[in-house]
Design a protein around this ligand. Sequence first.
Ligand SMILES: [Zn+2]
Length: 468
Amino acid sequence: MAVMAVMTVGLGARVEAGAGASSSSLWEAWPHTVPVPPFALKHEGMRAQLAAILARHEGLFTIAEEGASAEGRRIPLVVLGNGPTTVLLWSQMHGDEPTATSALLDVLEHLGRTRKTPETERLLSRLRLAIVPMLNPDGTERTRRTNAQGIDINRDALRLETPEGRFLKSVRDRLKPSIGYNLHNHTAGLTAGRQGPQVAISLLSVPYDEADTENEGRLVTKRLAVLVRRLLEPYAKNRVGRYDMDYTARAFGDSMTRWGTATLLIESGGFFGPDEASTLVRLNFVALLGTLHALADGSLAAVDARDYDAIPLNTRDRLFDLLLRNARVVSGAGLPPYRADVGMNLPPARAGFPGSSGRGSRGGVLELGDLTDFLGKTEIDLSGRLLVVAPPGGDEGWKRTLLGLVSRGRATAAGVLTLSEAELSAEAKAWLGNAPALAPGYGGDFLVLQPEDEGRFRVERRISPVEP
Ligand SMILES: [Zn+2]
């Protein structure tokens, strides 16, 4: 009994220590191989990076073969390691989803730098890695999802009408990998569950049938997902989510799993802040190498697959680019001011990471009312202020309106409004003219008014959901 306990504790401690240590050491070792942002790395740049890595680390990998895209661009298959377990990793089958491509180049660079260490020697002696860093170069050149035929390669696993899909299938059939990594990006607008923050990384142990049957391969990909979450927790706390199972026979991940290559889906979401794009690459790097090491050293077997169900489900429509809280709103409909939170999206260039910004890609108000349970990437508390629809025409429009107010004695020359709330409401209705009042879809500007004394309001700032 005592011996059993010691063994259990010992095993658990070793796995925890191993995973934790490798997580921080991998985070620190991130080589940041690609000097340009992921979206700027196109087909020629990717091939140049592979050549440069091989020049720095001679003999590290071979380009075992090259497929050809619909427009004839070459699709390198990188192979390294000589272990009995083959792992196939492919990225950017959607041309506008580039994060993992840069991370895979980082993985190669790191394996080159550390190839004489026991950890990397073990990895390369126990695994054979087959890597397709950019499956859809034609879509990548256009920064779009589909290939040059306009087909979503990830829905072509059954018909195989795309040369890129046929290439991926042929690689699978020849190498017979037991494990697959299907690497994507998704919208930056998901949250981890109904309580959690913005999702940085999403996972799915990809099913192979409608019944979500759990076989040995599914257990492996569930363990991999659990381990990814654990590895990333120090750097993306509570920001790892998972997809609900949704079997799609024509999708590649599902078909791969059905064909015998148990596939883990890893998708990059968003990480709002100044280093968003590179942080997502770095998280991918830690997730990929950390799990590959655990596959190689056997520690993955000690991860409890049941913890997979505890990964929060991805949740849509909870995250706004900008959330104004607790405003008293003057909507332009001529109504008395009322309290509301206002959630809006900004155009992609202002929203941060240049991916899809969730609910629509145009800026504007999405919802207003009680948004207590929602999140904003940026939040502004407007308690005690009035949020007023602005006259059309930007700053110039406001200047003209203000001159009119001054001439009628409703504002001072210094720009302080001198009127009651009821009068303000009527003025706002008038200065909107034919422009629509505040409601979902409103794309105009707002003025934030700070009440001073009774019947006096100072204009504190302008908020624009569409203008830079
Ligand atoms: Zn995708």
